[in-house]
Design a protein around this ligand. Structure first.
Ligand SMILES: Cc1cc2nc3c(=O)[nH]c(=O)nc-3n(C[C@H](O)[C@H](O)[C@H](O)COP(=O)(O)OP(=O)(O)OC[C@H]3O[C@@H](n4cnc5c(N)ncnc54)[C@H](O)[C@@H]3O)c2cc1C
Length: 454
């Protein structure tokens, strides 16, 4: 059985290994660097940068812990931070290469297109290569959305692709989009000295999560003096001067050295030849798939950012496993019951499953249709001892006591979320999880205490 995977982002490269480990002959085609958006322009570079933010904050708060740093201003070295980020990426790219080799995956460097449902053409440095194959898995990812009105030029009006390679922190920035990417990059750059203004069209930051979560990040941004303008859109951008001038829908005028547009990502299927083989698309140009990750063409599957599910690395790789299992004869449907979503800001924000805002939108009522248990980190020994008292755990259960969702705000929220994710995915009850023992003293104990409040 031969499977050709197109695209080596977290969807494609993990899927290739998963398939090879299960006995398939696998070819992985990639036109750029291994690791895709996640490793080169997404998850990893942003987290490497945010690690520098954390160290800076720890230095600023050192005397609270009785650690006295030498007198004088704490300085940052942006070049060193950039170099560290590149080093982290470089070592992870080598790691992927090693893992693919170990699994016996053949990597072909080049741009792939579909010739027919059993043949992929690859334009390589040396010409064109044809790969005959039994199955194809499309994993070509996404690119930043670039609405014309923003006049994105890659210089002073940029996207997340360019911002991560800037050689210094801009003096000032207008960041359009207060979602996950905007909040992470905005908080990092502001700490590096950029005068930051975030403009969000919706009434609050990170509107994919509940309101109490958004409030926590808004409070922290206020404390750090990051300007946030919500409920306002962009009417006009003029990049032709020393500073970019931005007029908001409300008429307010702003200017900054750079504008970062972080308003979403579009599926990338350019030149793939989907029409040639009749792969159906959705209205919004995503690749249409069924719950087995199969496209409208029998032996072609699609996963990750090109399909209309949450654009997250862990969703891409899970969809890849589902595709491979189905190709190998299992009957496995993809479950989106407990999709973890994390924002790696300070404080971290993490959510999964059904959220309170979704229940309210569906007309459900608290204590009639669902229950909520919360616990504030202020009341926790480990939080007090470590100085991480900002935040809370919130667990949502149905009236039968089954855990259906939850959110965590605070230090290590994204790591702790796994307890809730497993509970939601497995349909565990409040009692089942509460009866498990939480190690003391840990931040995780707040989950047990929130469950006790249900
Ligand atoms: C700034 C930022 C931060 C993010 N942070 C997080 C995070 O913290 N956590 C998280 O889960 N997600 C995060 N994401 C989202 C995450 O990066 C994506 O969801 C994930 O990379 C999608 O994986 P993928 O495999 O579908 O596609 P991609 O990672 O986009 O990979 C697709 C690959 O396909 C290749 N390709 C495309 N066309 C062809 C072709 N014709 N031939 C050969 N190769 C081709 C591309 O070169 C690319 O390498 C972030 C994204 C951004 C932009």
């Amino acid at each position: 059985m031969k499977i050709t995977v197109i695209g080596a982002g977290p969807g494609g490269y993990e899927t290739a290994i998963y398939a090879a480990e299960r006995g398939a002959e696998v070819v992985l085609v990639e036109k750029g660097e291994l690791g895709g958006t996640c490793l080169n322009r997404g998850c990893i570079p942003t987290k490497a940068y945010l690690a520098s933010y954390d160290v800076l904050k720890a230095c600023e708060e050192a005397d609270d812990y009785g650690i006295i740093l030498p007198e004088g201003e704490i300085k940052t070295d942006y070049t060193a931070i950039l170099e560290r980020k590149n080093k982290v990426m470089g070592s992870l790219i080598k790691g992927i290469q090693y893992l693919e080799d170990q699994a016996g995956v053949t990597i072909v460097k080049g741009t792939a297109s579909l010739k027919d449902k059993n043949a992929v053409l690859v334009k390589t440095e040396n010409g064109e290569e044809e790969i005959k194959t039994d199955y194809i898995i499309l994993a070509t990812g996404s690119v930043p959305v670039k609405p014309g009105m923003f006049k994105i030029n890659g210089k002073n009006v940029i996207t997340s692709d360019e911002v991560l390679d800037l050689d210094k922190a801009p003096a000032s920035m207008i960041l359009v989009g207060g979602g996950v990417i905007g909040c992470e990059i905005g908080q990092f750059l502001h700490a590096m000295g950029t005068e930051m203004t975030i403009v969000e069209a919706l009434p609050r930051l990170v509107a994919t999560m509940d309101e109490d979560v958004s409030k926590q990040i808004a409070r922290q941004f206020k404390k750090e003096k990051i300007k946030v303008i919500c409920d306002d859109g962009i009417a006009e951008v003029n990049p032709d001067g020393d500073l970019v001038k931005v007029t908001l829908a409300s008429g307010k005028e702003l200017e900054a050295e750079k504008v970062l547009v972080a308003v979403g990502r579009a599926p990338y299927t350019e030149g793939l030849g989907l029409d040639t083989v009749g792969v159906e698309m959705t209205e919004r140009r995503f690749v249409a798939v069924d719950d087995h990750m199969k496209t409208s063409v029998d032996n072609i599957y699609a996963i990750g950012d090109i399909v209309p599910s949450a654009q997250l690395a862990h969703i891409a790789s899970k969809e890849g496993q589902v595709a491979v299992d189905n190709i190998l004869g299992k009957d496995r449907a993809m479950s989106y019951k407990a999709v973890p979503g994390c924002v790696f800001t300070n404080p971290e924000l993490a959510s999964c499953g059904t959220l309170e805002k979704d229940l309210i939108a569906a007309g459900k009522e608290l204590d009639k249709d669902y229950k909520i248990g919360t616990f504030d980190f202020k009341g926790l020994g480990k939080a007090q001892a470590s100085g991480h008292i900002t935040g809370f755990v919130k667990i949502i259960a149905d009236m039968n006591g089954v855990i259906i969702g939850g959110e965590i705000v605070g230090a290590r929220a994204s790591d702790m979320l796994q307890v809730i994710t497993t509970a939601v995915e497995c349909g565990l009850t409040v009692e089942q999880v509460r009866n498990s023992i939480f190690p003391h003293p840990t931040m995780c104990e707040a989950i047990g205490l929130a469950l006790s409040n249900l």
